[in-house]
Design a binder for this molecule. Structure first.
Ligand code: GRF
Length: 199
């Protein structure tokens, strides 16, 4: 029996390794989702190439060419409306979305965060800043959180977390590498949970 597929829009800003994990999962026949469109707010983001290679429509909406946040988000909304989108997956997307936009997609936007929320979340906690804070706090365990997006940054309900040890002598890079490997497993798993209404 054919699996009913959830249509994903994946929003990126850079490398797109989490996008790749989703693309790879979607090649499995029994995976209940497909990537309908990839949108980057940064021109030249490597993730756009990953999408193109997989034959997925890849769109650039350079936030710098819009006069403000709401202008940018109107363009985003309009781009999304050209595709059958059931779920928006933020995957290394480095723009904070406004409440107006988020409220247009209730329970339909999820994000991956490279730490164990509710700790080490919020504005300013992105990229290497997160791992810097985890190391500075002397945590022995870190990990990743896939969570619903609500207007309060990084405070939406957690769908799934995976943990990793923080090892003696870890640098930002070694910790980040350990965490992102778990994000690549967790993100497709969370999408599956949502598709199967287990989230
Ligand atoms: C991930 O660790 C994500 O949690 C963080 O930025 C990284 C994005 O990596 N916000 P990629 O673009 O998916 O490779």
């Amino acid at each position: 029996m054919a699996v009913e597929k959830l249509n994903l829009a994946v929003l990126i800003s850079g490398n797109g390794s989490n996008l790749q994990a989703l693309i790879d999962a979607c090649t499995l026949l029994d995976f209940p989702a497909r990537v309908a469109v990839v949108i980057s707010n940064r021109p030249g983001a490597y993730g756009l190439e990953r999408a193109a290679k997989a034959g997925i429509p890849a769109i650039t909406l350079d936030h710098k060419s819009y006069t403000g946040r709401s202008d940018f988000e109107d363009a985003l909304q309009s781009a999304l409306s050209d595709y059958p989108v059931d779920l928006i997956c933020l995957a290394g997307f480095m723009r904070i979305l406004t409440a107006d936009f988020i409220n247009r997609w209730p329970n339909k936007i999820i994000n991956t965060h490279p730490a164990l929320l509710p700790k080490f979340g919020g504005k300013g906690m992105y990229g290497e800043h997160v791992h810097t804070a985890v190391l500075a706090a002397g945590e022995r365990i870190s990990g990743c959180s896939i969570h619903y997006v609500i207007p309060e940054v990084d405070q939406g309900p957690v769908i799934l977390q995976k943990t990793v040890p923080v090892e003696d002598g870890d640098s930002i890079e070694t910790l980040a590498a350990r965490v992102i490997a778990q994000e690549h497993i967790a993100y497709p798993e969370a999408v599956r949970m949502i598709a199967e209404k287990r989230a």
